[in-house]
Each structure stands twice: as C-alpha cells, then as structure tokens.
Design a protein around this ligand. Structure first.
Ligand SMILES: [Zn+2]
Length: 410
C-alpha cells in the first residue's frame, strides 16, 4: 500500500542527517514538478514524473499547485501541564512583577498545585487536544517534559502521560525529565533539591530507561545556578542520559558554556547569551533552540539569533508551549516571529523548524527532511512559494499532513 503524491508544484527541504550550522542553514533544496511515493511510513521515491504502478489499494493525492515541506518538529514544549494561568497574564499586563504574581497564587508553583491535584487520566485528557491541534498544524514530532510535579510521584505521572499521549495520538513524543524546573516547595533550597535528584531520582530513572529520553534543568539566577546545574547534568551524563538546558533566559549564568561542555543535545532560550557562550556553541554540536513566542508573550527581548547563526551556531526553533510564559504553539506564528524579530530568512527558518529541530532531539537521521529512506512526514501547503509560510502566520494554508498519523486532509 503506497501513498503517491503527484504534481507537487514546489518541494522545499533541507537535506542531510545532521545539524546544519551557521551558513548551512540557508541551504534549501528546491525542486519543481515533483512526485513523491511513500511506503511503510517512509519516503520511497522522490522525483519528476515517477513512472509508478498504481494498485487499487494505493492512495493518490493530486498536489497540483501545492508546496511540499517536511513535517514540523517542535523540540521544546511543556506538555503535559494542567490548567491555565490567564489571571497571572492580565496581572502582568498591569505591571505586576514576579513576586506579586507569586503572592497572587501564580507562577510555576500554581501549575504544580494543579498537576499534583490532577489524575493521570485528567492530565492525558487535558493535553490530548493540544497534540491533535499540533498535528493539524503539521507538528508530527514534539518534545514534552515533566517539571510541574516536583515530587517523585507527580514527575512520574507527567512522564507516564507523555508515553500515553504518544500511543494515543501517533505523534512521536520525546520525554524529558525536568525535575529541576523549580525548587520543590518541600525543599529548603536548590542544593538540597539537587542532592535529592542526584542521590535518588536519577538513579531510579536510570533503571527505568524507557521512561525518559532527556534530562533538563532550569539554569537561571534564583533557580539553579551553574554549579548546581553542572552537578545534576554530570551525574545524569555518567548514568548515560542525554541532556538539555533552559539557559540564559533572564540573565547570563553560563548555561550555554555548560551545555557545550557536557555535550548537551540542546540549550534553549539564550535571550541573555554573551559572546563567550556563542563562541562555545559555535565550536560544539549543541543546538541553540530559540523560543520567540516566549519573548513576545512576556514582552521580553528576543534572543540574538542573527549573531548565533552568523557565528556558525546551529539554531532550531520551538514553541515553549506552556501555561505561564507562552501559549502560542502554531509553528507558522513561530516562523513569523523568527522572520520579524530574529531576522532569519525563510530558508533558515525552514531548516530550524525541521532538520535542526530533529537534530536537537537526536533524530536527524530519520526526521526533518524529505529524502528517500526517511520517515514520511510531509506537509502540503496552498501557498505560492515556501517563503510565504512565515509571512502568513495562522492562515491555515496547510491542506494535507501526511505521516505516521495517517493522511489528514484539512
Ligand atoms: Zn521551557
């Protein structure tokens, strides 16, 4: 049983099985009048006027006038969470600071309260609609994390919810353990929390490897400092885990340097990165994952994407979808922000949302580009050219999403 997509007007994709760094990000393979044949969930053949035998059980899609790109990969979300925080959003618009929001019952710990109160079924049910909505926006691979439970039972519950969501939806879901997302209310300080994570939690996770793909830490002033983050990541690395960091979001703490040093898969945010961090990332294969939705949502500065790319860093884009600091998840909005705020080109944006995002999750060999042998994640757009995608945020110009989730006709 094959899926044959005929007469694609324009195919635009990065190529390769590894991170594209710096100027390589602008290299996009563009072809016209292309046919694609998918079989067993993979791209089988790609070319002009493929002479394919069509059997009755095959599906044929006429893509005349449509533009093809690889499926999106979102390598940084905070799925699964529970409940929204709109009260805090409007307090912030009135000028309320972090402490006032905390006193009014807002902040990460408010989501912790709600996640702890939710059952596993509640947590799965609340998050499924987001994942289905993301599929219809072309996101077929995403990363989600724990970090709202902040105790053993509820962090586990979040990881279990991610496994269940992957099974139910067919979206490829990467599971990140982010125990050090905030200091748990039961601990007196960050050092005590890191002691507990290293002595107990990471050891237990190491015995349950199927539960987790990555470890993450919020390396930030007032949360976990460089030394504490290093202790946690080095312990995780010694146990064989792949790592990522939330780094330099509000202040430069050196998380980008730490990420490059420990060989992290990705360092994320980087709003306050300094030249030393950019240099370290340029000399590493650690991906710089940028989250422009968060900057817009919180009225914060935007990460220096141009400086990173021009210095030779490999940049990916993600949503950071969460209830406190970014409720956007539409990849066309992220693409628009990357163009207008980061000054990235359409080709760089496409690479950042596909192949480089897949690299950040360690799956550039199977996702992130339209190439024979790779998993067949394919989007067909009603736009004049792939460069129009970032220019039309939220326009719903996607007509087909094809992948392991089946064929969605929109
Ligand atoms: Zn985050």
């Amino acid at each position: 049983m094959k899926t044959i997509v005929r007469n694609i007007r324009q195919l635009a994709t990065p190529l390769g099985e590894r991170l594209r760094k710096g100027a390589e990000m602008a290299v996009i393979n563009e072809r016209e009048h292309v046919d694609i044949c998918l079989s067993a969930g993979r791209f089988l053949r790609i070319g002009r006027d493929l002479n394919l035998e069509i059997k009755p059980e095959d599906t044929v899609i006429d893509a005349s006038g449509l533009v093809a790109t690889p499926a999106f990969v979102d390598p940084h979300t905070h799925i699964p969470f529970f409940g929204f925080r709109e009260k805090e959003f409007f307090l912030r618009q009135r000028g309320a600071g972090y402490l006032e929001i905390l006193q009014a019952g807002g902040g990460i710990l408010e989501t912790t309260r709600q996640v702890r109160a939710a059952s596993l079924e509640d947590l799965i049910g609340f998050n499924l609609p987001f994942v289905y909505a993301l599929q219809r926006k072309g996101v077929l691979v995403l990363e989600g994390k724990s970090g709202y439970g902040l105790d053993r039972e509820n962090e586990w519950k979040q990881l279990e919810a991610l496994s269940a969501i992957e099974k139910i939806t067919g979206t490829k879901v990467f599971k990140t353990f982010m125990g050090p997302h905030a200091i748990p209310p039961e601990f007196p300080n960050a050092d005590a929390a890191i002691d507990w994570l290293c002595a107990e939690v990471l050891e237990e996770l190491a015995k349950n490897r199927e539960m987790v793909d990555f470890l993450d830490v919020f390396c930030e002033k007032g949360v976990f400092n460089y030394a504490q983050s290093e202790r946690y990541l080095e312990k995780g690395k010694a146990l064989g885990f792949k790592t990522r960091l939330h780094a330099e979001e509000m202040s430069f703490e050196g998380g980008s340097l730490l990420g490059a040093k420990v060989g992290a898969s990705s360092v994320d945010h980087l709003i306050a990165i300094e030249p030393a961090g950019i240099h370290a990332l340029a000399n590493s294969d650690t991906v710089a994952t940028l989250l422009p939705g968060t900057s817009l949502f919180l009225n914060k500065p935007f990460a220096p994407a141009r400086n990173l790319i021009d210095a030779g860093v490999g940049v990916a884009l993600a949503s950071d979808f969460n209830p406190g600091s970014c409720t956007f998840y539409d990849p066309t909005i992220i693409a628009f922000l990357a163009a207008s705020k980061y000054k990235m080109t359409p080709a760089e944006i496409l690479t950042a949302q596909t192949l480089n995002a897949a690299s950040s999750l360690g799956v550039a060999d199977s996702w992130g580009s339209i190439e024979e042998g790779k998993i067949g994640g394919l989007l067909l757009w009603d736009v004049p050219d792939f460069t129009a995608i970032p220019y039309l945020p939220g326009h719903e110009r996607l007509r087909f999403v094809i992948g392991p989730v089946g064929i969605l006709r929109l």
